[in-house]
Design a protein around this ligand. Structure first.
Ligand code: BEZ
Ligand code: FE
Length: 279
């Protein structure tokens, strides 16, 4: 272990200080992090002014965080790190429904609704019937699957972003499948919206020439005893932001049909089946 720190031995100088009783996984993670951080600073010859800016930026990211706002997750999302960690930890066989980013707007314990019920309570937007079946990888229906859904309203806001303006639990609900594995509910055809961009992450996107928009999507968490939980969205296929999602959440297999309906009670119908893998 080097006795004194130099530019050349920096990585060994820091990692060599690790105590022998450090938790093995923590030691592995920190050693790798230090290696890559030092390599990064060396490769781009990080200036003092740039690093001061970096410290100031991270400070601002922390300072804007509150119980209602998590700017660090937004930073992870916009840097593609959330999707990368999700991909590494949710490798599934072909045919299984893919995961995508959870996002900050999920709320636990939404009302459990009856199949076919509407989740849209503010009377805005173009109504859409979402329906399909939850199956295992062999195509057998899964009974007792819980489908937790949420979306923005027609103005592009989640209910929790407009407390007191939107009805509580607007565009949210939980549905539980019966023997046939089928689900159906009425929501609205979702609209694209910007992620919160009035903080340091929004400024970063601006400096990088990136817009803050997410393509229109419906969020799902599909869970069933004995199966891997699927955290995902379905996307509206004609959305202009599909290939430039601010958080890189789009996967081709998650683009769902949205068909104009001529008969029935909704303007649109969006069929989508979920295929789950054994846990
Ligand atoms: C969302 O889809 O709700 C979302 C995901 C990541 C960042 C912000 C919003
Ligand atoms: Fe969303």
């Amino acid at each position: 272990m080097p006795r004194y720190f130099t530019e050349q031995n920096s990585e060994e100088a820091v990692n060599g200080r690790m105590g022998a009783s450090t938790d093995p996984r923590l030691a592995e993670v920190m050693t790798c992090l230090v290696r890559h951080l030092h390599a990064f600073a060396k490769e781009i010859h990080l200036t003092q002014a740039e690093w001061n800016y970096g410290i100031d930026f991270l400070t601002r990211v922390g300072q804007i965080c509150s119980d209602e706002r998590q700017e660090f997750i937004l930073l992870s999302d916009t840097l593609g790190l959330s999707m990368l960690v999700d991909a590494i930890n949710n490798r599934r066989p072909p045919g299984a429904t893919e995961n995508t980013v959870l996002g900050p707007f999920h709320v636990d314990n939404a009302p459990v609704r009856q199949m076919g019920d509407t989740i849209s309570l503010d009377g805005k937007g173009e109504s859409c019937l979402f329906e399909g079946v939850v199956v295992d990888i062999q195509g057998n229906p899964i009974e007792g699957a819980k489908i937790d859904v949420w979306s923005d309203n027609a103005d592009g806001f989640y209910d929790v972003q407009q407390l007191g303006t939107q009805p509580k639990w607007n565009n949210r609900g939980i549905f539980v499948t019966g023997k046939d594995g089928r689900y159906s509910f009425v929501g609205i055809k979702p609209v694209s919206y910007p992620i919160p961009d009035d903080g340091p992450v929004g400024q970063m996107l601006g400096h990088l020439g990136r817009h803050p928009y997410r393509p229109a999507h419906m969020h799902y968490i599909v869970s069933a005893p004995g199966y891997e939980t699927v955290v995902t969205h379905t996307f509206v296929g004609d959305d202009g932001y599909l290939t430039s999602d601010a958080v890189f959440g789009v996967k081709e297999t998650l683009i769902a049909p949205f068909e104009k309906v001529s008969e029935g009670q909704t303007l649109w119908r969006s069929p989508f089946d979920f295929t789950m893998t054994v846990a």
